[in-house]
Design a protein. Structure first.
Length: 112
């Protein structure tokens, strides 16, 4: 991520809201360099997933680090990540189609 975390999170939430969906910052991390988790709730199916940025060789890619779609399990996983990394940001998105609104490359690790 080339931008500071707070600016990047602000841009993502604005993009979500411009599309008519809802985004909020569930956890504020370190302003300049905190990692970001994106939690997405599909309002139709109630499925939930989390995306996290990771390095894959020279490039950065977003992936699903957890296989479950259960929101309680994902919230527990996020809480563990926050204890491990207190600088982490968490952005929650609620969208009828379950879209993440990321413009960066996203890889679904569950379908490998």
């Amino acid at each position: 991520m080339l931008l500071s975390s707070d600016l990047w999170v602000s841009a993502l939430t604005r993009r979500v809201e411009q599309a008519g969906s809802f985004a909020f910052i569930a956890r504020r991390g370190e302003k300049s360099f905190g990692a970001v988790l994106v939690k997405v709730l599909n309002l139709r199916t109630r499925d939930t997933y989390v995306l996290r940025e990771a390095q894959k060789g020279e490039e950065s890619v977003w992936m699903r680090p957890v296989e479950t779609k259960d929101e309680a399990d994902l919230d527990a996983w996020i809480a563990r990540q926050a204890r491990y990394d207190p600088d982490i940001w968490v952005v929650e998105i609620e969208d009828p189609e379950g879209r993440h609104f990321l413009t960066e490359k996203v890889e679904d690790m569950m379908n490998r």
